[in-house]
Design a protein around this ligand. Structure first.
Ligand SMILES: Cc1ncc(C[n+]2csc(CCOP(=O)(O)OP(=O)(O)O)c2C)c(N)n1
Ligand SMILES: [Mg+2]
Length: 332
């Protein structure tokens, strides 16, 4: 990846940059706290952290409008926070408590918000891709101008169902942005060991779907690419692929010792390409904020995250009767 650009870019207001800083930092601190609670035994099952990838979802949310939809994999807490879901409800779900988005019955990988148009949280690799196209099909049918962001990983990009979906999405010109979060690894397998061609953004060519590659450590680049993709979809031209090059700092899940890569590789990425540090430098160099302003934001975020952990710990476990609820959907 290219070296970090530290110069302030034009056409970004101080408010906007500050918002991206805040939103990315919330995800980072929330994930760190989730990691701690996992270590303390307060979170059961799997827990896949998003640390390092924050600019992807924050950049794309900046290109979204009210009513647009999003769906992703199990590495999903960042997407929930970025679309405005309540950190308390997310943390309580992670800890399996009644106050969680799925009343403590879903956990990390199974949370939804109808209000925020967040459709999960999917543990089966690639399964969210056809569902995302289905959401876009519904919007096209209703002719409501909405777009669906369908996120999946570099590993998932090799699945058969992805290509069946590409075909249908292109055939029916569905308003769906396929977002490939290329963090270079699928569990312990590096992309070059699993993937015949490195350029995942060209994978739609056979179906007539345009695609582009984006620097996922630069929130402004992600936002700009998101705007192009969304504009394409809203103009009725069908799907668009964004391959966003990013990196996860933590293991695949909390139980991954990460022996498949060197500490130096991770360290280099953290030091040279961190997406939050990138915006911090832009804020300071552009004189949009002082060190004190940023410290105040850090403090504010820490308070929100600590409160979410307290909320989660204080929330009871779901009652036994809850075993029998939310099994079948009820018409409303
Ligand atoms: C159908 C299926 N096969 C295998 C798995 C086990 N598995 C969980 S995550 C994962 C790797 C996916 O990697 P990628 O798509 O790059 O996403 P990332 O974890 O990097 O975000 C695998 C193989 C699964 N959950 N579902
Ligand atoms: Mg991956």
């Amino acid at each position: 990846m290219a070296a970090r650009k530290s110069a302030t870019k034009p056409n970004v207001s101080a408010e906007e940059l500050t918002r991206y800083y805040r939103d990315m930092l919330l995800i980072r601190r929330f994930e760190e706290k989730a990691g701690q609670l996992y270590g303390m035994g307060l979170i059961g099952g799997f827990c896949h952290l998003y640390i390092g990838q924050e600019a992807v979802v924050v950049g794309l949310e900046a290109a979204a409008e009210d009513g647009d939809k999003r769906i992703t994999s199990y590495r999903d807490h960042g997407h929930m926070l970025a679309c405005g879901m309540d950190p308390n409800g997310v943390m309580a779900e992670l800890t399996g408590r009644e106050g969680g988005y799925s009343k403590g019955k879903g956990g990390s990988m199974h949370m939804f918000s109808k209000e925020k148009h967040f459709y999960g949280g999917h543990g089966i690799v690639g399964a969210q891709v056809p569902i995302g196209a289905g959401l876009a099909f519904a919007d096209k049918y209703r002719d409501n101008g909405r777009v669906t962001f369908t996120y999946f990983g570099d590993g998932a990009a090799n699945q058969g169902q992805v290509y069946e979906t590409f075909n249908m999405a292109a055939l029916w010109k569905l308003p769906v942005v396929f977002v490939i979060e290329n963090n270079q690894y699928a569990m312990g397998t590096a992309q070059q060991r699993s993937t015949s061609t490195p350029d995942l953004h060209t994978r739609g060519e056979a179906f007539g779907i345009p695609g582009e590659v984006v620097d996922g450590m630069d929130v402004l680049a992600v936002k700009a690419a998101g705007e192009t993709a969304v504009g394409h979809c809203r103009a009725g031209k069908g799907p668009y692929i964004l391959e966003i090059k990013t990196y996860r700092y933590r293991g695949h899940s909390m139980s991954d010792p990460a022996k498949y890569r060197t500490r130096e590789e991770v360290q280099k990425m953290r030091e040279e390409r961190d997406p939050i540090e990138h915006v911090r430098i832009m804020l300071l160099e552009g004189k949009h904020a002082t060190e004190d302003d940023l410290k105040a934001i850090d403090k504010e975020i820490k308070a929100v995250v600590n409160a979410s952990a307290e909320f989660a710990k204080d929330s009871p476990e779901p009652a036994l009767e809850e075993l029998w609820t939310d099994i079948y959907a009820e018409a409303d």
